[in-house]
Design a binder for this molecule. Structure first.
Ligand code: SF4
Length: 474
C-alpha cells in the first residue's frame, strides 16, 4: 500500500559509514534507498578531519542534497537520516542527524524508532537544567550522555542507553568514532556491512547493496558497536536482551529486496500471500495487489491458487508530495490521485484484492469502490496480516485505538464498511509461519503488539493519551 494514503508510516531510516573517502556520497545513496522509511526530511553529517559538519533539510533526499550542498560534505565518515515526522512533529530543527557542539567535541545523533519514556526523561532533565533544542525524543540521548559523568564516549553512551525504553536504532558519531546501538528488543532492523576497509551500518540491507557493501551481520538486540580507525568492537550494554523485531517490517515497511534476520522480505510476503490464499479459499477470476507493498503477497496468493495475477490497480508514480494536511476528506481524494483501476482487467471479473493491512479502512473502501466502478462483479479483500487492533508506540504513527478500524469493529462489520463481498485477514499463526520466525519470548522473536496487544516493553503513562490508558495492557 502507499504509505501516504494509508496512514501507516515508518518513522525513519539511518545509514552510516566509517573509513571511506566518499563517505557523504555513499550515505546519500544509502539514504536514497531508504527513502520509503521517511520522506519529510533528510540529513547527513560528515567527519572532515577533526570537524563534524552537516547538511539537512525538509523534503526528499534528492530535494535536500543539491550539488551545491555536497561541496561542503567532504570527509571519510558520515551518518545520515531520513525522517517521517511523528514523535515531536515536523520542522527543520527535528530533522536529523542532530548535531551538538561542546568544549569536548561534537556529537551527531541519528535515530530510528521511538522512545516510550522520552517525556518522563525530558521532564527530569529539564528540572535539572537541560534546555532542549528540538521537540524530538532523540535529543534525550545526547543530554543523558553529557550528564553521565563519564569521559569516554562509549561509557557515556552505555550509561545513557540503560535509561532509555522503547525502540531505538542509534547511530552516533564524534570526531574519533562511530557508535551503533540497538534497543534490547531489537525492534527496528539494523545491519552492518563492509566496503573494502570501510564499515557501513544501515536500517535495511537494501542500502548496503546499493553502495556495494558486503553484508556482515544484523546488529543484535542490546548491542553497542564502536567503529573507529582501529576497527570494529562490540559488547552488550544489557544482559536482558530479548528479540522482538517489528513484524510490520516484514509485512509492510521494509523494501522487498531487503533481508531481515536472514529472511528476504519479498519471499516472506509471498509466503504470507500463500497462507492467506489457503485461509480465504475464494473462487475468483483474477488476483490483484495494491501497489507497491502488497504485490509480493498477491503474487504468492495467485501462485498458491492458480488464479492469474493481474495488474488490476496502477499506481501513479508522478503525483509527488502534496503539502496538504491529510484530513480524512483529502485522504480519500488522495487515493484517487494515486491509484487507478485497470478497467480492461477487472471488468466483468470476480476480483481478489490483496492488501497488506487495514488501518482506518478509508483507503480499502475507496479501492473497493473504484474496482466496482471499473466493472468488477465481486471484490474479495484479502489482508496479508491480522487485524491491527492496537496502537504502536515504537515509531509507527498509530497512537490511538480510535484510528484503527479493527480496534472497534468485527471483521464482518469492517467488510460491510469497506463494501467488500468478503474480507479475510491472515491469522497471527499463519503470518508467523509464513515469515518463518517464532513469536516474541523465544530466542529470536517478533513484536506482534499491534495485533495482539502484548507489548514487548513497559508502556509509560506519558506515551499513551489519557483516554487510552485502560486499553493498553502493561
Ligand atoms: S506494535 Fe506493530 S508496528 Fe509497532 S513495533 Fe510492534 S509489530 Fe511493529
Amino acid at each position: 500500500m502507499l504509505a501516504e494514503i494509508k496512514g501507516l508510516n515508518e518513522e525513519c531510516g539511518v545509514f552510516g559509514i566509517w573509513g571511506h573517502k566518499d563517505a557523504a556520497q555513499l550515505t546519500y545513496y544509502g539514504l536514497h534507498s531508504l527513502q520509503h522509511r521517511g520522506q519529510e526530511g533528510a540529513g547527513i553529517v560528515v567527519k572532515n578531519g577533526d570537524r563534524l559538519q552537516g547538511v539537512k533539510g525538509e523534503g526528499l533526499v534528492t530535494e535536500v542534497f543539491t550539488a551545491e550542498k555536497f561541496k561542503d560534505l567532504t570527509g571519510n565518515a558520515a551518518i545520515g537520516h531520513v525522517r517521517y515526522a511523528t514523535a515531536g512533529g515536523g520542522g527543520i530543527e527535528n530533522v536529523q542527524p542532530l548535531l551538538f557542539r561542546s568544549q569536548n567535541g561534537s556529537l551527531a545523533v541519528a535515530h530510528n524508532g521511538n522512545l516510550v519514556n522520552a517525556q518522563s526523561l525530558k521532564h527530569q532533565l529539564e528540572s535539572q537544567g537541560s534546555i532542549f533544542q528540538t521537540t524530538s525524543d532523540t535529543e534525550v540521548l545526547a543530554h543523558l550522555m553529557k550528564r553521565s559523568g563519564f569521559s569516554a564516549i562509549k561509557d557515556q553512551m552505555k550509561n545513557a542507553l540503560t535509561m532509555l525504553k522503547g525502540a531505538y536504532a542509534f547511530l552516533v558519531m564524534t570526531e574519533t568514532e562511530m557508535l551503533v546501538a540497538l534497543d534490547p528488543n531489537g525492534l527496528r532492523p539494523l545491519s552492518i556491512g563492509q566496503l573494502g576497509d570501510a564499515y557501513c551500518v544501515a536500517s535495511e540491507t537494501c542500502a548496503l547493496d546499493i553502495v556495494g557493501a558486503e553484508f556482515i551481520r544484523d546488529v543484535r538486540p542490546g548491542e553497542l558497536i564502536v567503529i573507529n580507525d582501529r576497527g570494529i568492537q562490540s559488547e552488550p550494554f544489557t544482559y536482558s536482551a530479548s528479540s522482538a523485531i517489528c513484524t510490520m517490517e516484514y509485512v509492510y515497511f521494509s523494501r522487498p529486496d531487503s533481508n531481515i534476520h536472514g529472511i528476504n522480505v519479498h519471499a516472506a510476503r509471498k509466503n504470507m500471500g500463500k497462507f492467506l490464499a489457503r485461509q480465504a479459499n475464494i473462487e475468483a477470476d483474477v488476483v490483484t495487489g495494491v501497489p507497491d507493498s502488497s504485490i509480493s503477497a498477491a503474487i504468492g496468493y495467485a501462485e498458491e491458487t492458480g488464479i492469474p495475477y493481474e495488474m488490476g490497480l496502477i499506481k501513479n508514480r508522478y503525483v509527488g508530495r502534496t503539502f496538504i494536511q491529510p484530513s480524512q476528506a483529502l485522504r480519500e481524494q488522495g487515493v484517487k490521485m494515486k491509484l487507478s483501476p485497470v478497467r480492461g482487467i477487472v471488468e466483468g471479473k470476480r476480483v481478489v484484492m490483496v492488501d497488506d493491512s487495514i488501518v482506518r479502512g478509508t483507503t480499502s473502501r475507496r479501492i473497493v469502490a473504484m474496482l466496482r466502478e471499473a466493472g468488477a462483479t465481486e471484490v474479495h479483500v484479502c489482508i496479508s496480516s491480522p487485524p491491527m487492533k492496537n496502537p504502536c508506540f515504537y515509531g509507527i504513527d498509530t497512537s490511538t485505538h480510535e484510528e484503527l478500524i479493527a480496534s472497534n469493529h468485527s471483521v464482518e462489520e469492517i467488510r460491510e464498511m469497506i463494501g467488500a463481498d468478503s474480507l479475510t485477514f491472515l491469522s497471527v499463526e499463519g503470518m508467523l509461519e509464513a515469515i518463518g520466525r517464532p513469536a516474541i519470548n523465544e530466542t529470536c522473536g517478533q513484536c506482534l503488539a499491534c495485533f495482539t496487544g502484548n507489548y514487548p516493553t513497559e508502556i509509560y503513562a506519558d506515551t499513551v493519551l489519557p483516554h487510552e490508558k485502560e486499553l493498553v495492557k502493561k
